[in-house]
Ligand binder design. Structure first.
Ligand code: ADP
Ligand code: SF4
Length: 688
């Protein structure tokens, strides 16, 4: 790296106990929905991070014993020696790219449900499980604690055998026994493991000491600790017990990986936490208390902020989960002075949603995330073009932009035509809604790339019809014309009994609101049968603008999908605080000039809400007229992509555009045959 690189401080090696990281980029543990069920996929994803320059690459929480069984979620697993080979895939992949591999050992206590193992659930005190299941955890007796320590030690030894260089003790995210013992509201013990902070910390201290004793000669021992619960005086605070813990254990771990809890605070979305580096205020004291290296996170994507955090002595390592998902090559790009090519995380938590749903990780910004093994996709590489020369992409939303960018990278002459004066499609519109400003990064990243390329021509104000497309004479056409919100209230709950919309009803759609159309003065009813973020954001915007807003939904919670992105509680809280009248379990029946009518989703009992206008957020209609018009016109290839093919998340649109570009000039047989690789269960009877 050139001496002139202003970020050279980020590329200094750092010693962690007995091992050395080649630079300061540290991919902290993150869930990914692959885990023990899809070990090849996880290994390839982690190896890609190493290839992209992350000096330390962690796996995700790793169950150390059947009493910590997170099924049906696909975390990592190290119950016994038979789990070693799957984890070794990752360490070998990471080592092959010159990085250190770290494992986050975890006993999840009452955060686990033990649904597969049917083992008793363990906790500091008798208590209900964290997730709703009618089963209780039992207070661990002394022999349980001895067992736990033995299991943790054995897991550390197996981790070393699997090739890990760094072994974690984990007390964070409210998810592990070490953390549960620390919290007074979960620990009412009267023995030496309860009461004073020293007692509540005893288990953690023992785990750290015993992990050191077991593997510390060759492996570094890391401690992941949430210094603040972000509950003020109702929880652990960085200024009080959080700091006391760091002081009491200061030199015991080889590395401090510090953050805030809960997971929703640690992985806050940009909608509720717009600032990068938002954890600095909580963690900055740690380095003054310990001489050991410190890693911190906070959706860090700006190299300037990273370098300043190191120079100011806030951290030794730049920790990242989401920024490393959005751009596995972030360190390499900084090292090579290609900072403007960083694909910045937008803080939407769709990556989290996949894990929460128990399926492999995906990313709005990085369509290759999770596809490294099963499709062989590389975030920075794509096959060169075949025999075709030219491609036309119509529509510059996330699907069209991604498709055009990847086609251009393959070497085709790409023409991109967009009807509107501005590029970005839905991303441009949605980014203007409150809290969603970071969404624009999806367009910015791709436009920056496209504008550098000589083989790309971009036309705005160009709404093409079929005749105009044919006039262009480009034989390969990708239609990414998007979808429009419907105004008739039809959606998943109104298919049997379609709502009656009176001619004098004032109806608006999300497209109208995003286009700047404001409802007339007076009360507004927002009907949400979409359940993602849009209706909640519009409710917020209209309430802030002074409208009396009633939010009506067939679901029992506002924006129920956003439970998967760790935001639901925040959205509902915000709407309540803004005075929005929330009416759940109501299905739309009709709208007239003065009321919205609904029926109870359980009893069908009718209700009505006064309104001057209604915003209907139900479904989108695909914009397929151009595609249909071109179908019989003898084009060499014609593909419908993105929301025009299947309305879904922005992440699905970028994925669709990426897939189309990858598959261009591949035969149907090839595409069908290589749909994706699966990790099929081995039916050979293993030893018990
Ligand atoms: P996606 O999420 O699939 O990318 P978007 O709705 O975000 O879809 O973007 C679709 C884009 O296509 C919009 O910017 C829209 O203006 C544009 N568009 C729609 N029809 C045409 C057309 N006939 N010619 C050019 N652009 C079009
Ligand atoms: Fe960031 Fe969203 Fe990608 Fe997650 S899915 S890494 S939050 S851009």
């Amino acid at each position: 790296m050139s001496e002139a690189n202003p970020y050279s401080v980020l590329f200094e090696p750092v010693q962690i106990g007995p091992v050395t990281a080649r630079n300061r980029f540290f991919q902290v543990p993150h869930c990914n929905g692959m885990g023990h069920l899809r070990p090849r996929a996880e290994a390839a994803m982690r190896a890609m991070k190493a290839e992209g320059g992350w000096a330390v690459v962690c796996n995700q929480e790793t169950e150390i014993h059947p009493t910590s069984d997170l099924s049906p979620y696909a975390e990592n697993r190290l119950w016994d020696a038979r789990d070693i080979p799957a984890l070794r895939l990752m360490t070998e992949g990471v080592h092959a790219k010159g990085s250190l591999a770290a494992i986050e050992l975890a006993h999840n206590g009452s955060h686990a449900q033990n649904l597969l193992s049917r083992a008793p659930v363990l906790a500091p005190s008798d208590m209900s499980l964290e997730l709703v299941y009618p089963k209780q955890a039992r207070a661990m007796d002394k022999s349980d604690i001895r067992d736990l320590r033995r299991w943790h030690r054995a897991a550390a030894l197996r981790a070393r055998e699997a090739g890990f260089d760094i072994v974690y003790v984990y007390a964070g995210h409210d998810m592990t026994l070490a953390h549960h013992f620390l919290k007074p509201h979960m620990n009412d013990r009267s023995d030496e493991y309860g009461g004073s902070l020293e007692n509540r910390l005893r288990l953690t201290r023992e785990l750290l000491e015993e992990t050191h004793d077991a593997v510390g000669d060759t492996c570094a021992v890391a401690f992941r600790f949430a210094v603040d619960e972000m509950l003020g005086a109702d929880g652990m605070q960085a200024a009080e017990e959080g700091r006391a813990v760091v002081e009491m254990l200061a030199e015991l771990p080889d590395l401090w990986d510090v953050n805030v809890t809960s997971w929703a605070n640690d992985s806050a979305t940009t909608r509720f936490q717009p600032l990068d580096g938002y954890q600095n205020d909580y963690i900055s004291f740690v380095k003054s208390v310990t001489s050991k290296p410190v890693v911190g996170v906070g959706r860090l994507t700006s190299p300037d902020m990273m370098a300043s955090m190191v120079r100011k002595g806030i951290v030794d390592f730049i920790g990242a989960a989401r920024p490393s998902i959005a751009d596995p090559f972030l360190p390499t790009k900084i090292e090579q002075g290609r900072v403007d090519e960083i694909r910045e995380c937008i803080g939407c938590n769709i990556c989290v949603a996949a894990d929460s749903a128990g399926v492999p990780i995906r990313c709005t910004q990085n369509p290759t995330m999770g596809e490294e093994w099963r499709r062989g996709w590389h975030p920075e590489q794509i096959a060169a073009k075949g025999e075709e020369e030219d491609a036309l992409v119509i529509g510059a939303g996330p699907a069209g932009l991604e498709c055009a960018m990847q086609l251009a990278r393959r070497g085709y002459q790409v023409t991109l035509a967009e009807a509107r004066a501005e590029l970005g499609g839905r991303v441009l519109c949605e980014s203007r809604l409150p809290g969603l400003g970071a969404w624009i990064r999806v367009a910015d990243y791709r436009l920056h790339d496209l504008r550098q390329r000589a083989n790309v021509q971009i036309y705005t104000d160009s709404r093409l019809d079929a005749a105009q497309v044919l006039e262009l004479g480009i034989p390969n056409v990708f239609v990414a014309t998007g979808a429009q919100w419907r105004a008739d209230g039809v959606g998943r709950n109104t298919l049997r009994a379609r709502p009656t919309i009176a001619p004098d009803a004032v109806i608006l759609t999300p497209d109208d609101i995003m286009a700047g159309i404001r409802p007339p003065d007076g009360p507004v009813v927002i009907y949400d049968d979409d359940h993602a973020y849009i209706a909640g954001v519009i409710a917020e915007q209209l309430a802030v603008a002074g409208h009396a807003v009633t939010f009506v939904t067939p679901e029992p919670l506002v924006s129920s999908f956003t439970g998967l992105t760790l935001e639901q509680h925040r959205i509902q809280t915000r709407l309540i605080e803004l005075g929005v009248d929330i009416r759940c379990n109501q299905i739309l029946a009709g709208v007239d000039a003065a009321t919205v009518q609904s029926v109870c989703s359980f009893t069908s009992r009718p209700t009505q809400f006064p309104c001057g206008s209604a915003v209907l957020v139900t479904e989108r209609t695909r914009e397929t007229a151009l595609y249909t018009g071109l179908q019989t016109k003898g084009l060499k290839t014609l593909q419908l992509i993105g929301d025009a093919a299947a309305p879904a998340l922005i992440a699905d649109a970028t994925y669709s555009g990426h897939m189309a570009a990858r598959n261009f000039e591949r035969s149907d047989t090839e595409v069908d045959r290589d749909w994706f690789r699966r990790e099929i269960i081995d039916l050979e009877e293993g030893e018990i």
